[in-house]
Design a protein around this ligand. Sequence first.
Ligand SMILES: [Ca+2]
Ligand SMILES: [Ca+2]
Ligand SMILES: [Ca+2]
Ligand SMILES: [Ca+2]
Length: 284
Amino acid sequence: MSGKYARATRTLRNSLTVAAMAAAVAAPFGNTAQAACLTNNADGVGNPVFGATVGTFVGLGIDPNTTCIENSVWTDPANFGLGTYVKGADGFGTATNPTVLGAYDGSGSAAANANGRDFAWVQDAGNQGTFNGATGGAPSQGIVWDLGGQANQVAVFVFVDHDPVPGEVLENTAWLSNDANAADGGWTQAQLVHVYGGGWSADPNIADGFVAVYQLPSAQTFRYVSVTWGGPGAIVRDGDNEIDAVGGLTERGTGVIPEPATMALAGLGLAALGATRRKTRKNV
Ligand SMILES: [Ca+2]
Ligand SMILES: [Ca+2]
Ligand SMILES: [Ca+2]
Ligand SMILES: [Ca+2]
């Protein structure tokens, strides 16, 4: 979003024809449920306009034997729902044409853009520090979503604002906690375990880029996710990211079971107590 991004965006806008042609060529790779994970360096990943291969991921530090990289389009598993925005966005924007790489403006609002899977995104920036040995945004200041229930994995729907891909796209770390307001040390890092090269929307849409699934290293579960720019889970750490939406998953990959909010429970308890007191008074 700074000067260099504006320049990159202008360059990409000059490549509209190339992008449109590549999008048309890429159409066949969708709808391939349960595709095998790609492990050959020469295998293309995502829309050809990205120019990404498995080798690109390997060069950025991703092991295709532990992170499944495939070209399928993400499909929602049973009971899957999107998380609800809590706080932490430092910017937002909306695709003006999701079939064109780099076509977006600054419209929308943090909550609206973060709550829908719709090519409208929120951004984390600033609050730079070193977390688990890598430069990135502070987990306590990341973009926080309520996943609605106890989750072991998080599906992060990233927005592709511009290339290089996947570096400029998988530029996040996902952290989980049961306290949306936890300090940095109260967030547990999840690992990138699966990349869906088709994104969540079949081509010609390309602004949906990749869907990235992050998983906790153990069977533990948490309710809130903080998505930060950079950090130990990212493959580029240049000060920002763009996220369309997120959703929580169980360890088995199904949607999390929604829980009532703690505050709502507390409120219900107080209301019940008040009702009991009123009833008692009336009976006296
Ligand atoms: Ca970006
Ligand atoms: Ca797509
Ligand atoms: Ca960036
Ligand atoms: Ca969105």
